[in-house]
Design a binder for this molecule. Structure first.
Ligand code: AGP
Length: 612
């Protein structure tokens, strides 16, 4: 996590860096800071809290510079505070550095430096790395670039760093391993950032820096080298993204904007792939590897958080439609328990950001064992996308709200197409059902639009239950992962404790929690489990629990039993999760709003979790 921005060129650096930090704030907002270099003097300003607080604190200060670096922090080493905020300065005051990642062996390096007389102004691993670089530079009488290279060979961990020195008025030295770095190429200027959002306004030509590369960036020169000091050819990519996509566009929050974008983002995801008229699905990532999927003895899905929930829905779909056994793994657990990966196993990695460290590391180790990796990723050009052997982008556009919404429905749309395509090719899904499901999928954008038309009922429900201390979310079959997702959304945005459970499993324990103060959200659309879930609703009502139900429009049974109802249009049960999740996204948004919380930047969270 953490967002980094840098600029070198003829313009004033501070406004570019500040705007960039605001765009990257979703990556962390514990503190922020800038280092501006002018006339051999480094001005470093930093502040605990959001970027707006930094902006306020520098009013009237000397902000003039044509080169600078900025950082917005998600704390790992050291509490959120002014002193732990980045940029850090080296002991001599000559160097300033920002860092996204974790230096795992920093204690040992710090102890060595302490023995040499170094003193530290913060609790961060970053300040240790910076002084380590300075120490190497002094002892070896070498260039900063050389010192950095030596230091990076000795550190263990992940990093994206930007470094400036008061004796070089126009160079930013950058390096990455595990944490993302994009360099925007302008005319006589360069922009550096954790993702393309701070860059898009100025140029569409970017270079994605690879792991173990060092970039020496001057206004009119970009040199890329590997850690062995060999020059690398920068590969220039054209950004396919518009500025409007990363702005709020009249909505109060990115989360609400992104919920409302879903009819369009799902449509974009299906466009050119789902050809309902000719009864076809075109996905080159599957077509080119059809054999690998059809013959796969097993599919392992690896993801975290909301993406993991999308994986659970895919498990139901792939097992039903393709008859291939599926295991859905938390990336963090999969990585560390030495999993058994058989020859021929296919791994599907799901990630919005494409930078989640747990997922990335899990995939790297699976790849070493020879697994074939299919990526379902939103962020184009991200690390997971590049690591995958094949894949399908979700085309949901930049997701800025920390709570994932449109990326989730994009993942479901892609995974549904994957399951349909493989099932049909394998012969486990007959033509009639294949064509029916294609039609059902095609209808989703319009149905989501219907759900979004009027949200006053959901706002009323949010107001009614906003002071509850706990929530239970229950669902069965395809809607069980949606219950988990509903609970996660509510926790993230409203800080209310919420648990998701398979509805039938509740009687094996969680039912003990039920009393008149517990809201229980049932995801109970008309599907093959419907009669069973009606009984589960009765079980809750018999114990005086408050039932809020997501039901299919026209259902007359559950609304007669529930305290409150949110309806969605009718859909095949395979497709239903794409609809039933939407009222739950809105519910968590409106509960958070009713509680006066910052829904786009919930406490302690960051959008892109780039630490393990
Ligand atoms: C979702 O609302 C969360 N903020 C979080 O669980 C997220 O889905 C998870 O960190 C995985 O991120 P990714 O999809 O970018 O890999």
């Amino acid at each position: 996590m953490c967002g980094i921005v840098g600029y070198t060129g003829p313009r004033e650096a501070y406004p570019i860096i500040l705007k960039g930090l605001k765009r990257l704030e979703y990556r962390g907002y514990d503190s922020s800071g800038v280092a501006l270099l002018h006339d051999g003097k480094l001005n470093v300003y930093k502040k605990k809290g959001k970027v707006a607080e930094l902006e306020e604190s520098v009013l009237g200060k000397d902000l003039h510079a044509h080169i600078g670096i900025g950082h917005t922090r998600w704390a790992t080493h050291g509490e959120p505070s002014d002193r732990n905020a980045h940029p850090h300065q080296s002991q001599s005051g000559e160097l300033a550095m920002i860092h996204n990642g974790i230096i795992e062996n920093y204690t040992q390096i710090k102890n060595d430096l302490l023995k040499k007389g170094y003193r530290f102004n913060s609790d961060t691993d970053t300040e240790v790395l910076l002084n380590f670089i300075e120490d190497i530079k002094k002892n070896n009488a070498c260039t900063l670039e050389e010192a950095l290279r030596i230091a990076l060979k000795r550190v263990v961990g992940a990093y994206c760093i930007l470094l400036i020195s008061n004796d070089d008025p126009e160079t930013i030295i950058a390096a990455r391993k595990g944490s993302p770095l994009v360099i925007g190429i302008g005319k006589g200027e360069h922009f550096l950032a954790s993702d393309a959002s701070p860059i898009i306004e100025y140029t569409k030509e970017v270079v994605y820096v690879n792991d173990y590369e060092i970039a020496i960036v001057k206004p009119d020169e970009l040199i890329l080298k590997n850690l062995g000091n060999e020059k690398q050819t920068p590969f220039i990519t054209k950004l396919d993204m518009e500025l409007a996509a990363i702005e709020k566009g009249g909505y109060d929050h990115f989360m609400l904007k992104e919920i409302y974008e879903q009819p369009d983002t799902i449509f974009d995801c299906l466009r050119g792939r789902l050809l309902a008229g000719s009864g076809k699905i075109i996905m080159s990532g599957i077509e080119n590897n059809l054999d690998a999927f059809i013959k796969a003895p097993r599919i392992i899905i690896v993801a975290c958080g909301t993406s993991w929930h999308a994986g659970l829905v895919a498990e139901y779909m792939i097992e039903e439609l393709c008859r291939i056994p599926v295991e859905v793994e938390y990336a963090s657990e999969f990585r560390y328990r030495n999993p058994v990966i058989h020859k021929g196993d296919v791994i599907i990695a799901i990630s919005q950001s494409g930078e989640t460290a747990d997922t990335l590391v899990a995939l790297e180790s699976a790849k070493e064992k020879g697994a074939f990796i299919f990526g379902v990723v939103n962020a184009v050009g991200s690390s997971i996308a590049r690591l995958s052997d094949a894949g399908a982008y979700t085309h949901s556009g930049p997701e800025i709200g920390v709570a994932s919404t449109k990326a989730f429905t994009g993942q479901l749309a892609v995974l549904t197409m994957v399951a349909l395509k493989i099932g049909y090719a394998k012969g486990t899904l007959d033509e009639t059902r294949f064509l029916h499901l294609i039609k059902e999928l095609e209808a989703v954008p319009e149905k989501v639009k219907e759900i979004l038309q009027d949200t006053t009922n959901i706002q009323r429900i949010a107001e009614k239950y906003k002071n509850a201390h706990d929530f239970l979310f229950l669902g069965r079959g395809y809607n069980f992962p949606i219950a988990l997702e509903g609970a996660l959304k509510l926790k993230e945005i409203s800080y209310i404790h919420a648990e998701g459970y398979p509805a039938a499993e509740m009687k094996h324990g969680p039912i003990a929690l039920v009393d008149e103060s517990l809201p229980v959200v049932f995801v109970a659309t008309k599907d093959s489990y419907y009669q069973k879930i009606v009984s589960n609703v009765q079980e809750i009502k018999a114990r005086k629990g408050k039932v809020i139900a997501v039901t299919t429009f026209g259902d007359e049974v559950i609304p007669g039993m529930a305290d409150d109802v949110m309806t969605v249009p009718d859909a095949d049960e395979v497709i239903a999760p794409l609809l039933s999740v939407v009222p739950l996204q809105l519910l968590s948004y409106y509960v958070g709003l009713a509680k006066g919380l910052d829904v786009d930047k919930p406490r302690n969270l960051a959008k892109s979790v780039t630490v393990e």
